[in-house]
Design a protein around this ligand. Sequence first.
Ligand code: MCN
Length: 793
Amino acid sequence: MGASDFAKLPHIGEPLRRKEDYRFLTGAGQYTDDISLAGMTYAVFVRSPHAHAKINGVDKSAALAAPGVIGVFDGQDVAADKIAGLPCGWLITSTNGEPMKEPPHPILAQGKARYVGDHVAMVVAETLEQARNAAELVAVDYEPLGATVDVRDAQQPGAPAVHDIAPDNHCYKWAIGDKAGVDATFANAAHVTKIDLVNNRLAPNPMEPRAAIGSYNRAGDDYTLYVANQNPHVERLLMTAFVMGLPEHKVRVIAPDVGGGFGAKIFLYAEDVCLTWASKKLNRPIKWTCDRSEAFLCDAHGRDHVTHAELAMDKDGKFLGFRVHTDANMGAYLSTFASAVPTILYATLLAGQYTTPQVYVEVDAWFTNTSPVDAYRGAGRPEATYLLERIVSRAAWETGLSQDEIRRRNFVKDFPYQTPVALQYDTGDFHACMDKANELADVAGLPARKAASQAKGLLRGIGYSSYIEACGLAPSNVAGALGARAGLFECGEVRVHPTGSVTVFTGSHSHGQGHETTFAQVVASRLGLNPEQVDIVHGDTGRVPFGMGTYGSRSISVGGAAIMRALDKIEAKAKKIAAHLMEASDADIDFSNGEFTVKGTDKKVTFGQVALTAYVPHNYPLDKLEPGLNETAFYDPTNFTFPAGTYICEVEVDPATGVVRVDRFTAVDDFGTIINPMIVEGQVHGGIVQGIGQALMEHCIYDRETGQLITGSYMDYTMPRADDFPNFTIGHVCTPCTTNPLGTKGCGEAGAIGSPPSVINAVLDALAPLGVKELDMPATPHRVWQAIQSAKA
Ligand code: MCN
């Protein structure tokens, strides 16, 4: 079935309420911490209080003697059992042809601790309280060393080396684009706009902190790991094949209800392996639930770039060339996908929505004594969009064009469009998004609103951001050539039951995205059923054939497409059964709205009749067809999907206090065909809130001298709340994706990608009369006030 026929099916585009909400809203969800196994024990991790320290020894004796303690493990135990370090899933090759530096990432520190929160030992006891008390008794002989936490400090000569194999802390230098070509465009430019900016480090903060239970079963010599995770099959593959040296079928990974992830639950973490490994040694299930302060220290963080960029233009404001240098902070170890974030997922997006013929991007990645940095909602694309959309607005101000006019002059109009940085956009209508955003944001009414703000002593500003992002990383063979160490397909199994209801097993994982509803809409639409007749199963390697999980807003476009492929097979087989029942030729059978008909006749049978016949094959072509109606498909996309849009933010700034208030926010997105507009709107709302959180409030700060995390709790790390925002105005433009059978483009990260630059551009627009030109995120009142004072000075 083609994407245009699919879009016309009955439940496609219906704002159905989420099936899963009943259990979530009534407390009936089952999260990892809710699971109780017989003989359960509890783990507490002893974490390094130092940013960088030699470990001269770990004395476990007092902890082992404490009440209820049944095991204490450290790096030496791990080494003795030949448990390997955590792998990095993406190999980046430096411009000099050398592979990136991949230092060992032991699951419990061996010889050295490299950031505050690094795992040094694990204590297991009968109760959580006993484990906590005993963890206090583990005596670690630390010898503190100098530490660096800032990417600018890490590259200074003589900076303390985080790893021996990278004495200068350099992980890799990577580049994309034609350097000579870009440099030539600058020679001919009528105007060059320059920018230096920092993309602030963020802590992910899903509502449910990470949690895991490792459990060993002696009878089968196998393990079950329950874990709050976004991709259980990938977790199993990495843990068995790379770390524990076990056959995959000996480990079942179950990710039950998961309360948000935002990327931070994609990765294989040390705790998950420790629990699984030790459950066999102790022959008891072991549970660990991260507490909030611990999560600030040991969940992978996001962003943390320092960038210089230059944009060359002709006299009409047409972009000629864009060159970028970024320093990316990797943290103390390479987390699962860390190396791909500032490269493949960042630099390739730096053409944006524009026809800039030459783009060159150079990225240096550095180790520091901080928590590892990895994918966080948007992963690379927010950093790219922030940089590009900041410099484009700055170019507008410098050349006297309006923020929308400079964008319009440079928008890509013809598709498919090949960018100079590898990607090929299949469809889009950037002008339509801009037109609609301008209309919904009532830009025409801005002067009157500005005057009203002025009358109150406030400054009003408007900020634009026209983002494009790439979702559903693909295809596997291209990604493999670029360094991916995994495939990027998805798997779906459609099991039709004899009574005609359906269970779908998908490798995608829902942790707040509403898949149980939207995937059911897809299947019900295809088969002529009610979405209530379709159940979606996910998050269990013991039930789902295989899966690559949920990240990069890939689930509907890749996971949904795999299900569509399985439905094609179901339909093809069901047509044969229907043809037999109606004594017609297979080629004459049509299927729509749940009914099989014979062309040119009034003969018909229902989907339910065919399903029953498949399992009660009395009148059935057994010589030609197997009984049953159960099909599996794997789908490997041929290209990314490219959601795009224009966001407009309007702020009021109080110049006396530096307080910024977001007064209006308009988002117009192109997600191609939309399955469920209510869920999509919710996704956009959540993303915008996260993006504005980054722009105005959130910031992970490490002390540059001591390496201590200063923002280690909600007292210091400001999370955005509902009362920080106005109602958002949301609009859509639809150019269906041409490379998947649903026509969908991902929506799960767009809000977090598009919004930050629109906010900072709006603040800078408001502050322009005061001469403020520079402002980094988060634009806290203190920073804004300081910027005003510096401009005055
Ligand atoms: N959808 C739709 N029509 C479209 C596109 C999507 O109806 N054209 C629906 C999908 O069917 C799905 C939802 O919107 O129900 C999101 O789909 P998609 O864009 O495919 O994204 P994923 O399901 O792959 O979700 C991943 C994405 C990412 S990468 C992050 S990070 C993120 C996000 O989703 N983390 C979230 N949204 C989140 N929402 C919640 N509540 N919690 C998180 O941790």
